[in-house]
Structure formats: structure tokens, C-alpha cells
Unconditional design. Structure first.
Length: 88
């Protein structure tokens, strides 16, 4: 799970988290779990001004019923970025 490479050659910091998409939210709809909600891997980047951009589902994210689902944990481990301390 990787975000597109930045256009400039400066290294941008990325963080990853296990996030929850609430039922009927845009993220839940995108992940195919709009009626019940789900857990997924989300990524965020540090902007040039030093603020974190909002987290978004990883490019190949899937929704899972449990935050401890083995496939979700494997996807989280494989995702590029530093673990965010407030992640599930």
C-alpha cells in the first residue's frame, strides 16, 4: 500500500493507521461497507507547512468487520509509513 510518489525530490513523511469508517460515511461507501461500517488501513502525509493532511483509505484498502482481522493486520504491517500512535 503506497501513496503516489511526491512530485518534488524532498522526502515526505507518511503515517499509517487502522481507522474506522462509520456507516453511510464517504469512506464506508467507497470501501463497500456503507450500511454497517468497517475498519481499514488509512494513510496520511505531512504537508510542506508541517501539518498532517487528513487520513484517506490506502489505495488498495479493503473494509473489515474487526480491527483485529488477520488480513487487516497484515495489510497494516505491509503499508508504507510510520505507525500513528492514536491508531487502533
Amino acid at each position: 500500500m503506497r501513496l503516489p510518489k511526491p512530485k518534488n525530490k524532498n522526502t515526505m513523511k507518511t503515517r499509517k493507521e487502522i481507522a474506522y469508517a462509520y456507516p453511510t460515511s464517504p469512506s464506508a461507501e467507497k470501501l463497500g461497507c456503507g450500511r454497517k461500517g468497517c475498519f481499514y488501513v488509512a494513510l496520511s502525509r505531512l504537508s510542506k507547512d508541517g501539518a498532517w493532511l487528513p487520513s484517506k483509505p490506502a489505495p488498495d484498502a479493503r473494509g473489515y468487520d474487526s480491527a483485529t482481522h488477520p488480513e487487516l493486520l497484515a495489510a497494516y504491517a505491509a503499508a508504507e509509513g510510520d505507525a500513528w500512535r492514536y491508531s487502533f
